[in-house]
Every structure is written in C-alpha cells, then in structure tokens.
Design a binder for this molecule. Structure first.
Ligand SMILES: [Zn+2]
Ligand SMILES: [Zn+2]
Length: 347
C-alpha cells in the first residue's frame, strides 16, 4: 500500500509498504479520509529529534474497520469510525478518571500521550493500525467531515466544554485565530453556549469565514483591537479567551482583555510568552483569572464532538485533496491558502 512518510527534515514523500497487521487489542482500518494539520507542515519543516524518520504522518483519521486483532469484540467489519489521537495507557488514575490527555504513564510530566502520525504510523496511508479503544463509531458522516473531528474540532471543544460554567447568558467568549480550529470554536460556541462570540484574525479571508456565525468579527491588525473586544464584551472583557495562535502578541491581547475570574486557554503553539506578576495594586491579569495550555481532548469530548457533528450542529469549510495530491495540501496550508481545513480523501 501507499503511505506518506516523514523521511527527514524537509522530506515527506510517498513510500510503498506492506499493509500492517492488527495485534491483540488492535484494529486495522481502511482509511477513508485524513485531515492535514499545521503540525504536519511543521513536522515536514523540522520536527526536531522527537519524530522518528520513516513515520507515516496523519493524525486526523476517519476510516472503516477492515480487520480486528485478538480480543477485539463489537467492531464489525465496515463500521465507520474516527480515531482518538491520544493513545494513553488506560490504567493510570487520570485515564481511569476519563482524562486520557493527562495520562501519567508517558515517560515524564512534560510528555503527553502521543498517537497516530506523531509517535505511531498515522492515517496518511491506505490502511492504519489503531488500538480498538481509541475508536468512536461515526456512522452516516461524510468521511472528510468526520476526519477533522479528532483534532480540529476536539481541541477547541475540550477548552469550551471545560469553561461552560463561565459561559452564562450575558457572557462573552473571544476566539483568537480563525483557521480550521477557530472556525470550529465559533461553530461549537454557537451550538452549545449562549455566550456572545467575538472572533479575531489578521486575515480578511479568515474573518469572512465566520461572519455569519460570530456576533462580532474584528481585525487583529487593528491597534485598537483590545478596546473593541472590551466594548463588545460589555466593558469587563470575555469570560473565555481561546487563543489558537499562542504568540506573544496574541497572549498580550488575551491577558489585556480577559474578564476577572475568566479563563484563557491557549492551544496555539506560537512560541509566545507572557509576564505573570503579583504586584499588589496592578497585575498583568485581573484577579481570579486562570490560564492553561490544554492538550487535545478526552475520549468523552470526542464522543460528544461526533454526536454534535452527526446532528449537523457543528461543521466548517473543508478543502479536499486526492491522496496522491496530499503534498499539495501541505503546500497550500504552509502558504496560508487554506481557510477551513485541508483533508485528504482516499478512493
Ligand atoms: Zn493536529
Ligand atoms: Zn494513563
């Protein structure tokens, strides 16, 4: 079969390899679609020593069950599924409590549990082997729309769901960065919360993509953007700030607008920093604010995301590519030509 592999810095290419076999507790999936993420593009440029050369890329996977390994029950051949990207131990106290993304059997407190396309062979291939317990049935969903759920939808969902207690009527949520994740964030906020939605991006095409759904859409290049956010959020700022960029500039915006006892969630990986201080009279953030840098989402979060998608309540613009054209998707994403999410579909 054909697989798209990371072969070294700057080198991602197709290779012909044997179809893998599922071991005990594993499932062989026939891949139907696989999303392309900024992480993949970053891996192609230079992943650092963490990524082994020869790894098949692709962590946003939709497929159908083709074969099951020993001890796997209840997954009929042909069942349409999506794959949770967090392949955790399943036995530690965090996993048992349903927090697979905080697994305590990963080799260190700074190392989250990885999955397909980041540690194990991923879904940019005709077939992929996954743990049976990483699968969520996703019947009657378009494969491309299903494929983006385990990352582009799951990441914002995890933060929004966790902050729902703050998102009461009259509250506001700010989404910074309207790529695929940001479009999903706006869509999810609209579906599950009454909060007023404010979206910020520096690109007009990105802002255009959420004009019908967000309450207020602001230009991130505007020097007065923080003041406009405060005005749109009733003067005291948004209760949830979801920063999908994570640069020093966006963290600056986040900390300068967040409401007292609000929360800032930063899935973005833009190498930003911000100053935390405990000066008695003024600090960089109002009292009570929490900041966290979440990782992916839980298995339950993914189940709920799939339910919302199946009910037609969330979705974003997709740009699809044939598997053979996967590298065009990488190039288009790297060049900023994608406004929603790029997805590779198999025949
Ligand atoms: Zn990703
Ligand atoms: Zn665990």
């Amino acid at each position: 079969m054909k697989a798209l592999k990371y072969l070294g810095p700057g080198n991602v290419a197709f290779r012909e390899i044997p179809v893998p076999e599922p071991g005990p507790g594993q499932v062989l999936l026939k891949v139907s679609a696989c999303g392309v993420c900024h992480t993949d593009v970053a891996f192609r440029a230079d992943p650092g020593p963490a990524l082994p050369a020869g790894l098949t890329l692709g962590h946003e996977i939709a497929g159908t069950v083709a074969a099951t390994g020993e001890g796997v029950n209840g997954l009929e051949e042909g069942t349409a599924v999506v794959v949770h990207t967090v392949w955790s131990c399943g036995r530690c106290r965090q996993c048992v409590a349903g927090r697979q993304n905080a697994c305590l059997d990963t080799g260190g407190r700074q190392k989250p549990a990885h999955g397909p396309g980041t540690r194990y062979d991923g879904g940019m291939a005709e077939y992929v082997v996954t743990p049976a317990r990483s699968l969520i049935p996703a019947p009657r969903l378009d494969p491309a729309a299903a494929a983006v759920l385990p990352d582009a939808a799951l990441v914002p969902y995890h933060s929004i769901r966790d902050a729902l207690g703050l998102l009461t009527p009259g509250s506001a949520a700010l989404v910074i960065g309207i790529g695929g994740l940001g479009q999903f964030a706006v869509s999810i906020l609209r579906a599950i919360s009454p909060a007023r939605i404010i979206a910020v991006d520096v690109r007009e095409t990105a802002r255009e993509s959420v004009r019908g759904q967000a309450d207020v859409v602001l230009d991130g290049t505007d020097d007065d953007v923080a003041r406009h956010v405060l005005e749109a959020a009733g003067g005291y700022g948004p209760d949830l700030v979801l920063d999908l960029v994570g640069s020093t500039k966006t963290l600056q915006l986040a900390t300068s607008v967040v409401a007292p006892y609000g929360t800032i969630r930063v899935p973005g990986q833009g190498n930003g920093t911000f100053r935390f201080e405990t000066i008695r009279t003024t600090t960089s953030i109002p009292r009570g604010v929490t900041i966290n840098r979440p990782y992916s989402g839980t298995f339950q979060d993914l189940q709920e995301v799939v339910a919302l998608a199946r009910e037609g309540r969330i979705g974003i613009g997709l740009q699809t590519y044939a598997f053979e054209g996967a590298l065009d998707a990488f190039d288009d994403l790297a060049a900023g030509r994608i406004t929603g999410r790029a997805v590779v579909t198999m025949n």
